[in-house]
Design a protein around this ligand. Structure first.
Ligand code: GLU
Length: 299
């Protein structure tokens, strides 16, 4: 059968418009080469999969159960990915320990990081942030039997405390805690909990929501969160530097997730039975302005 060509000019104006926009849409989907024609110069998330850096060992927030991921950060990741056009099966979760988050974004190993990732000025100089989508506060996890002895950062003078390398929590200990506090830095908070249980340290410090879900996952009430958050941690979604269009799209998804009630449902499910209630003054965040965390300790 001979090839039949149809001249664009022979078509009606609306048909012409439909064809042109369909072709443009295809080109836009095809990749970043033509991205500037679509007005999305910086939207680097293209292709059949989206790679998202998450924690693998933070129950309630983000945990890997033999390839099955769950938790609040995972719910946020799936919601945002869906708004960017990716189904759950197109998401590839990659482990992003605290100390590696910026590097993973900078070297292109992941398209975004959603991992209890506080927005800070230092981090903003190397990556961009959407959000905040949650606001936590740094607190202490202790053995319940120590509850009359350890009531806040000041009672840690001369004691050992565990936190994670590359976290704002460890930075805060070094900058603001009494000088005599000995800091043990490990690569994840679950490891710090093991050190606390064994008696190698007297406290674990990081964000209240992380500590509450870890204590609850232990299941025996032997650990407790002191309950006096002393910093303000604004959780952002990290993306590569200079990605304003991608940040805008993610912010749109976050606003929608909060407005639809999905954000609250997911957060309630993540924290159910832990005794933790998010700070109502700060949550849900009302402005997606990448506000930086406040690391100064309120003793
Ligand atoms: N939100 C803090 C941070 O981004 C502590 C939790 C974490 O290490 O993921 O450093």
């Amino acid at each position: 059968m001979p090839f039949q060509s149809v001249s664009l000019r022979s078509l009606g104006r609306s048909a012409r418009r439909r064809i042109v926009s369909a072709v443009l849409a295809l080109v836009c989907v095809a990749g970043s080469v033509m991205a500037s024609a679509c007005g999305n110069e910086d939207v680097q998330v293209t292709g059949p999969r989206i790679r998202i850096g998450v924690k693998f060992d933070q129950p309630g927030l983000s945990v890997d159960n033999g390839g099955q991921f769950s938790g609040f950060d995972i719910d946020v990741a799936r919601y945002v990915a869906n708004k960017l056009g990716y189904s759950p099966s197109q998401i590839q979760f990659k482990e992003a320990p605290s100390a590696q988050r910026e590097a993973l974004l900078q070297n292109g190993s992941v398209n975004m990081v959603i991992g209890t990732y506080s927005i800070t000025q230092d981090r903003k100089s190397v990556v961009d942030f959407a959000g905040p989508y949650f606001v936590a506060g740094q607190d202490l996890l202790i053995r319940r039997s120590d509850r009359s002895k350890i009531t806040g950062p000041r009672s840690l003078a001369g004691r050992k405390v565990c936190s994670v390398s590359g976290s704002t929590s460890a930075t805060t200990v070094k900058k603001y805690f009494p000088r005599s506090v000995q800091l043990m830095e490990l690569s994840g908070y679950a490891e710090c909990v093991t050190a606390l249980v064994s008696g190698a340290v007297d406290a674990v410090t990081t964000d209240d929501i992380i500590l509450a879900t870890l204590a609850s996952a232990k299941g025996d009430h032997s650990l407790m969160v002191v309950g006096h958050p002393f910093t303000k941690e604004t959780y952002g979604i990290g993306v590569r530097k200079d990605s304003p269009h991608l940040v805008a799209k993610i912010n749109e998804a976050l606003r929608e997730m909060i407005a639809s009630g999905e954000w609250k449902r997911d957060l309630d499910a993540a924290t159910k039975g832990t005794g933790f209630t998010p700070n109502k003054k700060w949550n849900p965040p009302t402005r997606m302005d990448a506000a930086v965390s406040d690391e100064r300790v309120r003793f």
